[in-house]
Unconditional design. Sequence first.
Length: 101
Amino acid sequence: MSEPQLPPPAPEEKKAVSWPLVLNLGLLLVVAGFSGGDVGAISSSVFGLVIINGLAALIVSISGGRMHYVIAFVLSCLALLLIGLGVCALIISNAGFGGGH
């Protein structure tokens, strides 16, 4: 009897690289939940995560690594900036500090 054959591995371009984005947004939700909506804590955590992701993208690109990981970390930086700073702006506007209403 012949041994069962394993399925071929997924092509390199088909592998999921969404884990940096999911990890960072999860960390942002945890920080927002534990901070109780403190704008200072959320904004500092957003900038900290952006710096960490930027450094990770730089290190991976310098090491001659995989370009799809560099793109994943850069997209994660952009998503964190958009979502995190949007949340901070929403909290500030609802607290009456923004003067928007």
